[in-house]
Design a protein around this ligand. Structure first.
Ligand code: BTN
Length: 326
């Protein structure tokens, strides 16, 4: 952890209490003057840190900004996801950044956030609106020991993680529309874009792109999306802390990724199914130019949606656009 991350971590651990400059200096192995200089920098970034000769340092409030050191300090120890966190002020798409990191051989678990994306993308070549400081636009690099057909497991894990994190941070009860739309009151507020590089029999790497409309205001959505899109702020009536939610998502993702690595996808699938509104419904799925109709029965072992078609056959579906029939 960097010095700033360690300072923020110590201040957070103290809660309403304070930490003395001397203790911090000793813990971190630097001078008190160095601590003071870092505290000044953190104040410039918007952290309200009280200081006094007798009270030491106390964290009074944090900005609603994504800072790598702060996210690292809040996250604490995770096994894989978020052990390396990078934040960009603006980028084309965080998936692009992670793809470059993947090609450069960076280990799995790196999480890249951007405050704004200029070319955020959604599934099926759609655009993903990513206004500055209003959402969580994040991509995570994974190098799982899975076959390409099992990549859907990771999307399932991401959706289950998003539901759990949103629920714990806001009290809302999001629903999953297969394969990866997260809805509240029938409107979408988060999505997942899974991009894959694979050989025939094994995955080289996966980029899990996660977008959450956190404090996006209704006017920020283009007119054609206003009836179908929403945000956590719109649904709860209050602003939601992006750093807290970001960390909750990374933590849940780490937990679910470990379950998959341990061969325990079933537990993840059960959680996913409990929030999924597609299972048990009559649906039409558009896959390119093809349309398949049937009843969404359950999630298969690899993470595919098992569809009982009009002809009574079970067809595993790994991608497409779903419309609920009744
Ligand atoms: C969808 O629902 O169509 C998927 C949306 C995924 C959006 C996220 S935002 C972070 C990452 N970077 C992108 O360009 N897309 C994903």
């Amino acid at each position: 952890m960097s010095i700033d991350a360690q300072i923020l971590s110590a201040l957070r651990q103290a809660g309403d209490g304070s930490v003395s400059g001397a203790d911090l200096a000793q813990q971190l192995g630097v001078s008190r003057a160095a601590i003071w200089a870092r505290i000044e920098e953190l104040r410039q970034l918007g952290y309200e840190i009280e200081a006094g000769p007798h009270i030491g340092y106390r964290l009074r409030s944090s900005p609603d900004a994504l800072h790598a050191d702060d996210l690292t300090a809040r996250l604490g120890r995770t096994r894989v996801i978020g052990r390396d966190i990078r934040v960009f002020e603006q980028t084309t798409s965080t998936n692009d950044i992670v793809e470059k990191l993947a090609r450069d051989g960076v280990p799995e678990g790196v999480a890249v956030f951007a405050e704004a994306q200029t070319r955020g993308r959604g599934r099926l070549g759609r655009q993903w609106i990513s206004p500055a400081r209003q959402g969580i636009w994040c991509s995570v690099l994974l190098r799982p020991d899975l076959r390409p057909q099992q990549a859907t497991q990771l999307t399932v894990a991401a959706a289950a993680s998003l539901v759990a994190a949103i629920r714990s941070q806001t009290g809302l009860k999001p629903e999953i529309k297969w394969p990866n739309d997260i809805l509240v009151n029938g409107r979408k507020l988060a999505g997942i874009l899974t991009e894959l590089s694979a050989e025939l029999d094994h995955i080289r790497y996966v980029i899990l792109g996660i977008g959450v409309d956190v404090n996006v205001e209704a006017e920020a959505f283009p007119a054609d999306l206003r009836r179908t899109a929403t945000s956590l702020a719109i649904e709860t009536g209050e602003r939601v802390s992006r750093p807290e939610l970001a960390v909750a998502i990374l933590r849940e993702l780490d937990r679910n990724y470990r379950r998959i690595a341990a061969g325990e996808f079933e537990g993840v699938a059960d959680e996913w199914e409990a929030s999924c509104t597609t299972i048990g419904r009559e649906v039409t799925i558009r896959i390119g130019d093809r349309r398949v109709r049937g009843r969404a029965e359950s999630l298969g072992e690899d993470g595919a949606l098992l569809l009982r078609t009009e002809h009574g056959r079970i067809e595993p579906i790994t991608g497409g656009d779903v419309t609920l029939e009744k």
